[in-house]
Design a protein around this ligand. Structure first.
Ligand SMILES: [Fe+2]
Ligand SMILES: [Fe+2]
Length: 294
């Protein structure tokens, strides 16, 4: 396959697959122009592999190229996990099925997602979380555990916890908009006291917090759904947060801070629409920016 031939010029080919924890690879890319890029992840365990939120159809060539860079053959992938059913994470499922070419390939998601995922023209066995006890086990005994985060942002949304590394794959939760990006993001103690996000006390030229807050205001349906989801996540001993958009967070203080900010975020989704008069609906995180329907 000549993957490079199909890659739009806007996409930088400079970065490689990046190992964010032992055997866990970020296989996305930084799309400078879109303002929203996606983070598919590959988990390698011995001679088996699993892909989480594999990405959109136009992204397929570069994602597969990054998977091949890790040395994994597509046929080693025995499961695809989709943490909800949006096209930005499920759109290339049929491409993955074609290249993996295994009759025993399974697609794992919540039953409430599967009724939509099947419309991506898939041929593999769709497995729902409740039929596998919310757990996937590699041959080695390594377990991936699944935790529902209903309506954050889909009815069947869930997060995936790798018990070996402590990586929690959070799908849209902890995601972000933003044309400024790095694989890892680290805050500082000063960030936790900052209230304006406009003049960084650390002298940084970019503050990631407004983009993270705005993303949740726009994508999550309500403050109640977001708060409930974060409360479920706080029960999980996550060492690293790996969202499907934005950056990876690997600092415990940052994780706790983000959880507390998101739990108390106001004007999330429909809350923001009904709380304010039509002509002055604005973002809490950026009062100059009108709310948008995405
Ligand atoms: Fe989504
Ligand atoms: Fe997404």
């Amino acid at each position: 396959m000549d993957a490079k031939k199909n890659i739009p010029a806007k996409i930088s080919l400079a970065s490689n697959a990046i190992e964010i924890a032992e055997g866990i690879y970020w296989v996305g890319f930084y799309d400078k122009l879109s303002g929203l890029h996606c983070n598919p992840y590959l988990i390698v365990d011995g001679d088996e592999a699993v892909v989480i939120d594999s990405g959109s159809r136009p992204d397929f060539p570069i994602i597969m190229m990054k998977i091949l860079q890790t040395g994994i053959a597509p046929a080693a992938i025995n499961a695809l996990i989709y943490q909800h059913y949006d096209p930005d994470l499920c759109g290339n499922v049929a491409n993955f099925e074609d290249i993996i070419d295994r009759k025993d390939l399974i697609i794992i998601s919540d039953a409430r997602n599967n009724m939509f995922i099947r419309h991506y023209s898939i041929s593999s066995n769709l497995v729902s979380l409740d039929t596998i006890d919310h757990c996937f086990m590699f041959s080695s005994g390594r377990e991936l555990m699944f935790f529902n985060t209903p309506y954050a942002h889909s009815a069947g949304s869930f997060v995936t916890f790798d018990t070996k590394t402590g990586v929690l794959f959070t799908s849209d939760l902890f995601g972000s908009f933003g044309a400024t990006w790095d694989v890892f993001q680290k805050l500082s103690p000063e960030c936790r006291k900052c209230v304006t996000y406009t003049q960084c006390p650390e002298g940084r030229t970019y503050c990631p917090l407004p983009d993270i807050l705005r993303f949740h205001e726009e994508i999550m349906p309500s403050g109640l759904a977001l708060k409930y989801a974060i409360e479920q996540i706080e029960k999980i001993p996550a060492a690293i947060l790996a969202p499907q958009h934005g950056s990876v967070f690997a600092n415990q203080d940052d994780i706790a801070f983000l959880c507390s900010m998101l739990k108390s975020l106001k004007n999330v989704g429909i809350d923001g629409v009904i709380a304010l008069p039509q002509d002055c609906q604005t973002h809490v995180s950026n009062p100059k920016m009108p709310r948008q329907v995405i």
